[in-house]
Design a binder for this molecule. Structure first.
Ligand code: GDP
Ligand code: IMO
Ligand code: MG
Length: 433
């Protein structure tokens, strides 16, 4: 019996939501372990679209346990709104349980204000964050001044922490950023109200995971963002503020690393990026427009147009390495249909003319890298109805075979459309092989 981590191999939006929803069928527990509501995970079931930002993508299945782990930064307002929307859509199954770690750090209004103020101040140098307060919330966690979900239930402690933090944050907001100061009473009342509303979900989620795993239950760890947005391994500083790689599934949910048996990497058949930062295979031409429009590449959180480009195996290979990816799920292959030629970037030519298989850590050096491509003949037939590899055109299979060789990881799933059923399943990752 396997426990699996599902992580993105690119810059996010690879289709993790769809794949996690699909794999939830075979698992008992789905746990988010990092990030917050900067994530936007899209699920399309019977043509109906649901976008989840904070709640794990297993929530639409019955008889499951969904966990928001300690590594997540938690915005209670977003959580409550998401619950409300699921309830309104009659989408919350009766027997699925949802838990929030008492150790998860809260996103506070000043985190959002600082995030947004910093981004608008640094014109020309901004990261292009989602503005949801993610970075500032993680900063406070590491600075040991963060407020945890569990702190809400020690009212005196909560009030004291908030007062102490607001003193510093309001000074920064008003004097440095020239923004409005935030009102202590308003935030206190608001968060104590949230505390009551979320109380039934808050617990020690590490204990739940441990208990369930000992019963032989299968866990799916749902990554957010992608490996190249990882704070250590991504294109720093154009990254998010958490470790997005699979190793953090352990730290961010409170179980040992030996519990995770396999890692599935989600890889889009081309590359996208939202926000700033280098992107060697970016296409600012008709082909890039094709990907953007056919792939409906708009940010699921901010609605921003996603930048698009060819599949970059330098990035994917690095993700395979840093996340220990054994298996790949390829998504959005259908979006390439109709293109005369399709390309895969197999390496970079650096500014000094050298060929490299690895992305340089220097942002300047990476920005100067020129992609080196292998070119393939495209395919014209609609592949959205394919449910077996044999139903794919020969050129499509050739493209996948080369991708697999370059990644040195096995393709176990190919997604040919946003719907749950628009999928070619090759292997069940939960089965031990
Ligand atoms: P995530 O953040 O990794 O969960 O990905 P997003 O949900 O932000 O973005 C992926 C988008 O592609 C969503 O709109 C999905 O519905 C859609 N999608 C997922 N898989 C496929 C696929 O195979 N083909 C097409 N055309 N769309 C897909
Ligand atoms: P999912 O889980 C794509 C990007 C932002 C910005 C950078 C930092 O849906 O794949 P942040 O608000 O995290 O401080 O922003 O990271 N970013 C994402 N891009 N998908 C995401 O999540 C992202 N979450 C953050 O656009 O460039
Ligand atoms: Mg997304």
């Amino acid at each position: 019996m396997a426990n699996i981590a599902v992580v993105g191999t690119q810059w996010g939006d690879e289709g993790k939501g769809k794949i996690v929803d699909l794999y939830t069928e075979k698992s008992d527990i789905v746990a988010r372990f990092q990030g917050g509501n900067n994530a936007g995970h899209t699920l399309v079931i019977k043509g109906k679209k649901t976008i989840l930002h904070l709640i794990p993508s297993g929530i639409l299945h019955d008889n499951k346990i969904c966990i928001i782990g300690n590594g997540v930064v938690f915005d209670p307002a977003v959580f409550l709104q998401e619950i409300e929307e699921l309830q309104e859509g009659n989408l919350l199954p009766p027997n699925t349980k949802l838990f929030i770690s008492e150790k998860a750090h809260l996103i506070m209004p000043y985190h959002r204000s600082i995030d947004q103020a910093r981004e608008s101040r640094t014109a020309g140098k901004k990261i292009g964050t989602t503005g949801r307060g993610i970075g500032p919330a993680y900063e406070d966690k590491v600075a040991r001044i963060g407020i945890r979900v569990g702190d809400l239930y020690e009212e005196d402690l909560f009030r004291e922490k908030l007062r102490h933090n607001l003193e510093e944050k309001n000074f920064l907001l008003t004097n440095f950023f020239k923004e409005k100061s935030l009102d202590e009473k308003e935030i206190t009342d608001q968060y104590l109200d949230y505390a009551q509303k979320i109380k039934s979900y808050v617990t020690d989620t590490s204990l739940i995971l441990d208990h369930e795993i000992k019963q032989g239950k299968k866990v799916l760890f749902e990554g957010a963002q992608g490996s190249h947005l990882d704070i250590d391994h991504g294109t720093y500083p154009y990254v998010t503020s958490s470790n997005t790689v699979s190793a953090n599934a352990s730290c961010g949910s409170g179980i040992g690393p030996n519990i995770i048996n396999k890692v599935v990497g989600i890889c889009k058949a081309y590359t996208t990026r939202v926000g700033e930062g280098p992107f060697p295979t970016e296409l600012k031409d008709d082909i890039g427009n094709h990907m953007q429009q056919v792939g409906q590449e708009f940010g699921a959180t901010t609605g921003r147009k996603r930048r698009c480009g060819w599949l970059d195996m330098v990035l994917v290979r690095q993700s395979v390495r840093v996340s220990g990816i054994n298996m790949l799920a390829i998504t959005k292959l259908d979006v390439l249909t109709g293109l005369e030629k399709v390309k895969i970037c197999v390496g970079y030519k650096s500014a000094n003319g050298n060929f490299t298989h690895a992305a340089p850590a220097s942002i300047k050096a990476l920005s100067e890298c020129q992609p080196v491509y292998e070119e393939f003949d495209g395919w014209k037939n609609d592949i959205r109805y394919a449910r077996e590899m044999s139903e794919l055109p020969a050129n499509t299979r050739k493209f996948l075979k080369r991708l697999e060789e370059l990644a040195e990881a096995k393709i176990i799933l190919v997604s040919v459309g946003p719907g749950r059923e628009e999928t070619i399943v090759l292997e069940d990752p939960f089965l031990n092989k």
